[in-house]
Ligand binder design. Sequence first.
Ligand code: PGA
Length: 246
Amino acid sequence: MQTPWIIGNWKMNGRIDRNIALINAFKTFRLPEKVHIGIASSYPYIHQLYTELQETSIWVGAEDCSQFYDDGAYTGEVSANMLADCGAKFVIIGHSERRTYFSENNDLLKIKLQNALSAGLLPIFCVGETLQERESGQEEKVIASQLAILRDFADASMIVAYEPVWAIGTGKVAEPEQIQAMHQFMNEEILSITGKRDKIPLLYGGSVNADNASIILKTSCVDGALVGGASLKADVFMRIITAATE
Ligand code: PGA
């Protein structure tokens, strides 16, 4: 079995003092060695987290990166190279909130994936269908079209996260059977798109919490979890990490 991944996604939350309190609470726990742990934060706090977490095995990451790679006149943008410079090891690309609120599409995400890889960051590429798409039986078609951009990244190291849009921040979790069926489909799809021999870790995300983590993480074809709201509470996030060791 691969070492599982538990990645927290703090989204647009955090303040310098609150982050320190959360990290200090987190540092009181003994972290298991056999789980890859990461926290993605907003840009201003990446270097703070990097500094605070240096003594731990926890990776710091970003929630997005710019479509522009080289430094230049792009006011307000943050490049993948800047993220790496500030201590980020990974970056979430294509989260459904970015696809929804910022109209990020395959063409743009392809560039962002390339930028992340060129800067030496591990991309966590997110895919997911809306409720309407699932209810009309379109979920596999939608996921396949989102995964299609991986054709250009056959040999790249990355992680893919399946996050059904209807399960994000709603408290509504996909059933283990739904997760397993989709992850199985995604494994086959990725293999046929990339011909890749090494398996790409597949994470599930969407209302993962301390009570459902164990069953989700034991579901076949699930290599870990991308955790939003529940990663903002040290004890809850720790229980999710512990569930990954079972
Ligand atoms: P949630 O978010 O756990 O709060 O549903 C997950 C995500 O958006 O990555």
